[in-house]
Design a protein. Structure first.
Length: 458
């Protein structure tokens, strides 16, 4: 762990209380409720809470050092370091700590698929190495810093996702994580409120390379037109491309969906199987295969790890409820992940109807209305028999589905209650129902309704 001297050097802070304690600190915490004895407590100011309010509690629980950005009382005998900004200081401490570890660090960014790719890579590497990965979707400056600070001497690899809402965030997170392998999943219209357009998203996400050393590897999805620019930039000698449609270093071929539940594909003559019928997951698996091969895991080991893996909740999670196939994709929604949800629906075979339920995509700023119209045009070209749109922006999608394809029955609702009533009338055994987010729209309520309703009725 770090010493006080190292923390002072990393943050440029001043010791304003207590003595220069010898020895090392046991971990870093920003939450006084979960703080463990011996931890450094960094009093970050969040959106809702200010850590400075919990100094006394942190001290009571055994904090061994306090990092603050204003003078505080209640430190008792605990040393206090004053810094300008505690959130920045947390990143600086993590950055200094990371330098103690000469291990592969795989960082993943992109508009969709970060968490799934992180879990796949960690599963593959975990078949042979002791791996640390970020929990759930903890991919912002707090999550990344705390994950890095969770490294222990026995860890042999770190797999971490880097998320962004605003320009500059990825560069900072990459500086903290110092990846040796960078993975880019795709570039789509995500978080446009902060990143403006796809070019803005590309520029932001590709800042991940700035954290990478000359010996680092860059892995990306070659089917993505924005990411393909990377090959042309010639800045990165160690590029590995993955793809399905385009010729790539690792290209998945013969992709086949089995029984609406699994997917098989071949890479250079080796067969792989995934526990999902969602075609987009092949890209994530390709990145995991590259990482596995780079870290000397056998294809057999990679195949076994991928085959065992089940996917995160609300991410194209598929289950059968009384003869109805329900795909819960309510975790989030943006144009990239809506397109991939449609591809999943198209890849499945239904005895009955295919029902696609889609709610508003949020955080798209001024592009909200045109992107919802475009969403409608994609649905119009899909194999859906019924489309149910939810929310004020998705009304535009309903309009363009009606215009683009008269075969599809289109219903628009402003509330989940309306969707539930509609499904009561419509949904029958043999149907496939895909429910797409986004997070803010809490569409998991529709999936819960289907559970209750179908179990009662059939
Ligand atoms: P993120 O962490 O980037 O938000 P997740 O792995 O949580 O991504 O997946 C979020 C959504 O994106 C889900 O709907 C999932 O099905 C979809 N998705 C996963 N991987 C990909 C991919 N490679 N391309 C496009 N969409 C994807």
């Amino acid at each position: 762990m770090l010493t006080l001297a190292q923390i002072l050097a990393a943050t440029g802070g001043t010791l304003i209380h207590g003595r220069r304690a010898p020895g090392r600190f046991a971990g870093v915490s920003i939450d006084s409720r979960t703080l463990k004895r011996g931890n450094v407590f960094v009093a970050v100011r969040g959106k809702n809470l200010d850590g400075h309010r919990f100094i006394a509690q942190a001290v009571r629980k055994g904090a061994s050092l306090l990092v603050v950005s204003k003078k505080v009382s209640g430190a008792k005998g605990v040393p206090v370091v004053l810094v300008k900004d505690t959130t920045v200081a947390l990143g600086q401490i993590a950055c200094a700590y990371r330098k103690n570890f000469d291990i592969p660090v795989i960082a993943i960014t992109g508009s969709a698929g970060k968490t799934t790719t992180k879990d796949m890579i960690a599963a593959v590497l975990g078949s042979k190495l002791t791996v640390l990965k970020n929990e759930r979707t903890l991919n912002n400056q707090y999550g990344v810093s705390l994950t890095v600070l969770g490294l222990k001497p026995d860890h042999e690899a770190l797999v971490i996702e880097l998320g962004t809402n605003n320009p500059g965030e990825i560069e900072w997170l990459a500086a903290i994580a110092q990846p040796t392998i960078a993975v880019l999943t795709n570039i789509g219209e995500s978080h446009l409120a902060g990143l403006k357009n796809r070019m803005g998203v590309y520029k932001e996400k590709s800042a991940i390379f700035r954290g990478i050393g000359a010996k680092g590897y860059v892995i990306f999805n070659n089917d993505d037109p924005y990411l393909r620019r990377i090959s042309g930039e010639k800045k990165h000698p160690r590029i590995i491309t993955c793809g399905v449609e385009r010729k790539s270093d690792l290209q998945a071929r013969q992709i086949k969906v089995k029984n609406n539940r699994k997917m098989c594909f071949q890479v250079n003559g080796h067969g792989f199987i995934l526990n999902t019928p969602a075609p987009c997951y092949v890209y994530n698996a390709l990145a995991a295969i590259v990482c596995g091969r780079l870290l000397k895991i056998s294809d057999r080991g990679i195949k076994k790890a991928l085959e065992k893996l089940t996917f995160g909740s609300h991410r194209q999670q598929i289950r059968e409820i009384r003869g109805v196939t329900v795909i819960d994709d309510t975790y989030n929604s943006n144009p990239v992940s809506v397109r991939t949800a449609i591809k999943t629906l198209d890849a499945l075979t239904a005895r009955g109807k295919k029902i696609f339920i889609t709610a508003d995509m949020l955080e798209l700023g001024a592009r909200s209305t045109p992107l919802h119209r475009e969403k409608g045009r994609w649905i119009a070209r899909s194999s859906a028999d019924v489309a149910i749109t939810v929310g004020k922006f998705s009304r535009h999608a309903a309009g363009s589905i009606r215009q683009g394809n008269r075969r599809i029955d289109v219903f628009h609702h402003d509330s989940v209650a309306g969707v539930s009533r509609r499904l009561k009338k419509l949904c029958q055994p043999g149907d496939i129902v895909l429910v797409k987010g986004s997070r803010g729209m809490r569409m998991e309520r529709v999936v819960d309704f289907l559970h209750r309703h179908l179990n009662k009725k059939y």
